[in-house]
Design a protein around this ligand. Structure first.
Ligand SMILES: [Zn+2]
Ligand SMILES: [Zn+2]
Length: 345
């Protein structure tokens, strides 16, 4: 089968013929129908992700059709499924309490084992998977394993965003735009921040209430002005010092900061304005992924037409363009995300 293999950090992925994966006992082989290209893949590609090594096949935002099912699988050939990027064990104390995204024994296709930048992917522990809702395209569903689920859990599982509250979103890449759209669907007022005016215009065109260009100076002051005293909830969707501090400083007293962006490599340690946390009596939430049992709450919202996630998808690409998309994360990116839909070239 064809796969896009990481041979050297910061170089184009190598399109190669690789061996067909073995079907896991408790899992499936999926024919990949769509796979998103995510900033987390970029962290792996640059060598800053602590666990991604050369030889790996990336790709953790996939939707696929079952072509083979193991003896202990929950699915059958022909089922079309989405997978969260964290495959939880189901039995450790974290899983037992329903927090599968903090499982103590995680499997991570696309990071620690071959992912879905390939024609086929092996998925163990398929109790984590969910059926693609009828009428939803695999392309749209590709973000449902990572960006959309992570945003949903950040807003509803962690910060408990309520209708009528102000939500600030720092960074309007795939995950930030997801958070903004979902926040609006939850009835919050939303202000987005970016340095790319085109992305801010795109968000405004989708009904987002306000936009702040970080190039125009003090982001936190502008948000406090727009929101009449500060945001109730602020999502940091980039993982860098400047936006983390803008996020903390834009909150009103008792505000909730949610760390969605992944601080890795040279940004893993940063100077954080803890005085703002102290003075404002702020709450800080970390978040990563979503427990699989929460899929129905999100999929229900989308299939009922309460939120349209399609503006998230900017372009469909062939497998051979994946490396180019990763390189594009080196600089500011245009609105929307790329999804691989052609795995033959
Ligand atoms: Zn992702
Ligand atoms: Zn577990």
């Amino acid at each position: 089968m064809k796969a896009a293999v990481l041979r050297a950090y910061n170089e184009d992925l190598s399109i190669e013929e690789v061996g067909f994966p073995d079907c896991p006992e408790d899992g499936v082989i999926l024919k990949v129908l769509a796979c998103g290209v995510c900033r987390s893949d970029w962290h792996g590609w640059t060598g800053e992700h602590p666990r991604v090594k050369p030889g790996n096949i990336g790709g953790h935002e996939y939707c696929g059709e079952v072509v083979e099912a193991g003896p202990a699988s929950n699915w059958k050939v022909g089922d079309v499924l989405v997978a969260p990027f964290i495959l939880a064990c189901g039995t450790c104390p974290q899983c037992q309490m329903g927090a599968q995204n903090t499982c103590l024994d995680q499997r991570l296709p696309g990071f620690l084992e071959p992912g879905a930048f390939a024609e086929y992917v092996a998925v163990p522990r398929d109790h984590n998977l969910a059926r693609l809702p009828e009428g939803m395209s695999p392309t749209l569903a590709a973000g449902l394993g990572c960006r959309v689920t992570t945003s949903w859990h950040a807003l509803t599982g962690r910060a408990a965003l309520k209708g009528g509250e102000w939500l600030a979103v720092h960074g309007t890449g795939g995950i930030g735009l997801s958070a903004a759209l979902l926040g609006r669907a939850l009835g919050a007022h939303v202000v987005v921040v970016d340095v790319v005016q085109e992305k801010l215009d795109h968000a405004k065109g989708l009904g987002i209430d306000a936009a702040v260009n970080a190039k125009d100076g003090d982001v936190a002051a502008q948000i406090r002005e727009i929101t009449g005293g500060g945001a109730d909830v602020s999502v940091e969707a980039l993982g860098i010092e400047q936006t983390v501090n803008a996020s903390l400083e834009c909150l009103r007293p008792l505000g909730r900061h949610v760390q969605v962006g992944m601080p890795v490599g040279h940004t893993a340690q940063m100077n954080v304005n803890m005085s703002a946390v102290y003075q404002g009596n702020l709450a800080l939430y970390g978040t990563r992924g979503m427990p699989a049992w929460r899929y129905p709450s999100l999929l229900g919202l989308i299939t009922a037409g309460k939120v349209d996630m399609s503006p998230l998808i900017a372009r469909e690409i062939p497998l051979s363009d994946t490396g180019k998309e990763l390189a594009a994360f080196n600089g500011p990116t245009p609105p929307g995300v790329a999804v691989i839909t052609d795995f033959t070239r």
